[in-house]
Design a protein around this ligand. Structure first.
Ligand SMILES: Cc1cc2nc3c(=O)[nH]c(=O)nc-3n(C[C@H](O)[C@H](O)[C@H](O)COP(=O)(O)OP(=O)(O)OC[C@H]3O[C@@H](n4cnc5c(N)ncnc54)[C@H](O)[C@@H]3O)c2cc1C
Length: 366
């Protein structure tokens, strides 16, 4: 007989991955809130959403973060470009025990659709929601799309908070089971008006944000100034602040991002450092590690959010080499006895001529 495997940190005592047991003072039953409330330095990352209907594309992208992160952000058409939806990605991830952070942008859905998604997500085991206004349609490759913006990040935070804490839809209609969620928002300390950014964070906290993830930090002194003001205003005690970081692939990419992606600030010194390197990709990774090593020492920083777009294979190395986890190993997915069965069913559905009836498929699965 195979001996029972040792339980992992943040695993449910009964071997079920999520949701975890309720803890006093926690509003969700997910891992990210636990790690942060325990005072551990948290690490989150972003999954590059596939342009595909194949679930394996999501699982392969999630697998490379195994054992290195406390949460995986499922983006919602960032840059206003269409990819697999955040709801779809979260459905796949929760099924495998991963802890997704579902991003909701207000650009594409009205309050009716969003509140329904919140309930559906919570029912699937999503414990974290990141509330965003979202990039405008003009930023994407379908600028003629109709923008919705019925809500914005603030009213979305309030809406989900009301659903969770008051057990009601915005209309006042009662929910039979309210969602248990840890609520987040985005902040950008690197875009003007700089003095307003900490105040803006305060408004998001008042609306319900319990954690925030920042835009990419390439300017540590600017982030330090932001954090000083955030601490002075008392916000660092009211909200967990995760600093956004990521590797730049080359000086050319950095220049392109600086000119074309609104809200991302990359100082000349970073570009010069990349230009002077023999291996620019390696240097980009090292810059990211150096930035992490500086921001992790700033009072009030509760973690990092690693956004390694198209360089996801570096996330584990970046987290490892920066030493932010201090030897801690976040939850890692272990193979399960029914994995093979699920994989072969998916293979069959996607690639074979499906002549079998649904009833037969259910019968043969047992
Ligand atoms: C971690 C992270 C994840 C993201 N994920 C997504 C995603 O999945 N999908 C997506 O579409 N976008 C995403 N974005 C982009 C984000 O939506 C835009 O950067 C947005 O402009 C700012 O974030 P927000 O949506 O929270 O907007 P908000 O903070 O609600 O702001 C909305 C707009 O109003 C402006 N604004 C607010 N207050 C003021 C003021 N007082 N003066 C002037 N301007 C003001 C802001 O600059 C912004 O343009 C993400 C950003 C981050 C940092």
């Amino acid at each position: 007989m195979t001996p029972p495997r040792p339980r992992q940190t943040d695993e449910h005592p009964d071997g079920i991955d999520l949701p975890l047991d309720r803890l006093p003072g926690h509003s969700s039953r997910g891992r990210l809130e636990r790690v942060l409330r325990r005072g551990e330095f948290a690490v989150t990352t972003e999954l590059n959403p596939p342009d595909s209907a194949d679930p394996e594309d999501v699982y392969n992208r999630a697998k490379i973060f195994d054992g290195w992160v406390d949460g995986i952000n499922a983006v919602d058409a960032s840059g206003a470009n269409c990819h697999m939806s955040s709801v779809g990605i979260c459905a796949l991830l929760t099924r495998m025990g991963y802890a997704p952070i579902m991003q909701i942008a207000c650009r594409d859905k009205n309050r009716i659709a969003i509140q329904g998604d919140v309930l559906g997500a919570a029912a699937m085991g999503v414990a974290n929601i990141l509330c965003l206004t979202g990039d405008g349609v003009q930023a994407g490759d379908q600028p003629g799309a109709k923008p919705v913006f019925d809500l914005d990040s603030m009213s979305l935070l309030e809406t989900v908070r009301i659903m969770r804490d008051n057990g009601k839809f915005l209309s006042g209609r009662k929910l039979t089971t309210p969602p248990q969620l840890f609520l987040g928002a985005a902040v950008n300390p690197f875009a003007p008006p700089y003095d307003f950014r900490p105040v803006h964070l305060g408004k998001k906290i008042a609306a319900g944000a319990q954690f925030v993830q920042s835009q990419y930090c390439f300017d540590v002194p600017m982030f330090r100034t932001f954090m000083q003001r955030v601490r002075d205003l008392g916000y660092a005690e009211q909200c967990f602040i995760l600093c956004g970081v990521g590797p730049l692939a080359s000086a050319k990419t950095a220049k392109w991002i600086r000119s074309n992606v609104p809200g991302i600030h990359i100082p000349d010194s970073i570009i010069a450092r990349l230009e002077g390197a023999q291996d620019q990709k390696k240097e980009g990774k090292q810059i990211c590690i150096d930035i992490i090593n500086e921001v992790k020492e700033i009072a009030g920083v509760a973690g990092i959010h690693v956004m390694a777009y198209r360089q996801e294979e570096y996330v584990a190395e970046i987290v490892d080499e920066s030493g932010v986890l201090k030897g801690r190993r976040p939850w890692k997915r272990e193979a399960r006895p029914d994995d093979q069965l699920v994989a072969s069913r998916l293979e069959h559905i996607l690639h074979d001529d499906v002549t079998e009836s649904q009833v037969d498929m259910v019968k043969t699965a047992h």
